[in-house]
Design a protein around this ligand. Sequence first.
Ligand SMILES: Nc1ncnc2c1ncn2[C@@H]1O[C@H](COP(=O)(O)OP(=O)(O)OP(=O)(O)O)[C@@H](O)[C@H]1O
Ligand SMILES: [Mg+2]
Length: 254
Amino acid sequence: MTEPLIRFDDVTKRYGDFTVLDDFCFEVAPGEKVTLIGPSGSGKSTVLRILMTLEPFQEGTLQLAGMSYHQENGRGRFRASEAHLRQIRTHVGMVFQSFNLFPHMTVLRNIVEAPTRVLGLGRAEAEARAIELLRMVGLSEKKDQYPSQLSGGQQQRVAIARALAMRPRVLLFDEPTSALDPQLVGEVLGVIRDLAHEHDLTMLLVTHEMRFAREVSDRVCFFDKGRICEEGKPEQIFSTPREDRTKEFLRSVL
Ligand SMILES: Nc1ncnc2c1ncn2[C@@H]1O[C@H](COP(=O)(O)OP(=O)(O)OP(=O)(O)O)[C@@H](O)[C@H]1O
Ligand SMILES: [Mg+2]
C-alpha cells in the first residue's frame, strides 16, 4: 500500500468544553478523492480547516506529505511554528462556500498574487499560468474584471483557479456550491468534475450534492458527531448504507 498523503491520528479538537473531534483517525491516499457528508455540526468543516492550518487542535497528530503539524522538544509538544505551517500551507488549497476573492483586485491579480508573493514566481510566468487556469475554468475573457462584476458561479470558478495556481497537492472544497443560485451550480460542479480526473490531485470535498459526490468520489465518509460513522465506495454508501444513522441522514437529503 502507498503511504497516505494525509494522516490524522487520534486528533482531538475542542472549543472550550465542547469536543468537536474525538480521537479522530482518518487517512487519505495520494490522488484520492474523498467526499465528507453528514449532518450540520458533525465536524466536516473542522477537518478541512485543521488541514488548512486555520485551526489548532489539542491532542493527537496530523501529517501531510510527511510534514507534521506539531513539533516536539525536551519540554513537550507544540503546534508547529508559523513558518513551518506556512510551508505546509503551500501544499494545500481551499475553496470556500463564500468564494473569498480579494474584491479590490482584478481576476488576474487574484490568481497571480499568491504565486508571486509566496512562491516567488516571476510575474510573466505567474500570469501565463493564470491565463491557462482561466481558460480551464472557462473565464479567459474575464481576466481584467473585478469580482463584483462576476456572477457567483464565475467568482467560484476564479476561486478554484486561484487555489490551483499554487499547484497544491491537496485541494479542499467546503460546500463550494451552497451559496450559488441553482442555475449556477452546474458550471462549478463541471469544473470540479474535470479536476477530479486529474490523477495527481488529492481532493477532499464537503458537499450536499449527493449525486455529484457519487460521481466524483473514490470514497465517501459519513460523519456523525465528530467521527466517521461509516465510509466506503459511493455505490455502497448511497445504495446499501449499513448504519442506521447513515440511512436516516440519506433519507433526509436524497
Ligand atoms: N469557532 C467555534 N467556536 C465554538 N464552536 C465551534 C466553532 N466552530 C465550530 N464550532 C462547533 O463545532 C462543531 C462542528 O462544526 P463544523 O463547522 O465542523 O460542522 P460541519 O459538519 O461543517 O457543519 P455544517 O454542515 O453546518 O457546515 C459544531 O457544533 C460547531 O458549533
Ligand atoms: Mg461546514
